[in-house]
Design a protein around this ligand. Structure first.
Ligand SMILES: [Zn+2]
Length: 228
């Protein structure tokens, strides 16, 4: 079995959720109603995300990007963890419900990655319009509504093979479905409780130093020799 890593971005690679902090900074009242509906799952993750970004004018593009570049904090140990995966030929995918215009510049210096799957933004109109290139496949429970936006389980089914030992790293709602497909979950925050409920094997983590030690132990204990 070869390990493969699927890592979330917001609240996982970064300390906090960038979309939440962006909305709180630029459109606090309007976005809060949408966020609440998303958490209560009265609207889909995708529809909520689209509605939030539509609150932002495309004229705010530079301010939005500048704000995120200044406010996002990469979680401790991320660089070492990525290098460990690279040195051991462990494929490392970033799979995120966030948007390319802030994810790519923030992770660029740590790459290359095996792939970055996320949403895109269209700045050609008056408001920011999100585009979803990684939609739900037929095996996703939200296929009929395409409700995931960036569908993490669909990406995993596309990228991983049966021989892969799937390591999912994440923290919240958008990782719940991905966790069900994982061989092991490295979890923070809401995802810890969700793994307990789902009876999915997981290890809690705080920094990426923890993740490195967990993966290192896994490799040692299973004698998994990664091959190219
Ligand atoms: Zn889906």
């Amino acid at each position: 079995m070869q390990p493969i890593i699927f890592c979330d971005f917001d609240g996982t690679i970064t300390e906090t959720d960038n979309i939440f902090s962006l909305m709180t900074e630029f459109v606090p009242e309007e976005s809060e109603k949408i966020a609440k509906a998303m958490m209560e799952q009265t609207i889909s993750f995708k529809d909520g995300l689209s509605a939030m970004f539509r609150l932002l004018s495309t004229q705010q593009k530079d301010d939005v990007i500048q704000y995120l570049m200044n406010s996002a904090v990469i979680r401790e140990g991320f660089g070492e963890f990525v290098r460990y995966a690279q040195d051991n030929n462990i494929p490392f995918y970033i799979v995120s419900g966030g948007v390319d215009f802030f994810i790519k510049p923030l992770v660029e210096k740590y790459g290359p990655f095996s792939g970055i799957y996320c949403n895109k933004a269209d700045f050609s109109g008056d408001q920011i319009e999100l585009i979803y290139p990684n939609s739900c496949d037929e095996a996703c429970t939200k296929f009929s509504t395409q409700g995931c936006g960036c569908c993490k389980p669909s990406v995993m089914r596309k990228v991983a093979t049966e021989d892969h030992y799937k390591i999912v790293i994440g923290d919240s709602l958008s990782d719940f479905e991905a966790a069900k497909l994982a061989d092991i979950v490295l979890a923070r925050d809401h995802l810890i409780q969700r793994c307990e409920e789902l009876h999915v094997p997981y290890k809690p983590f705080t920094t990426f130093h923890d993740c490195l030690h967990i993966v290192q132990e896994l490799l040692d204990s299973t004698n998994t020799v990664p091959t190219i």
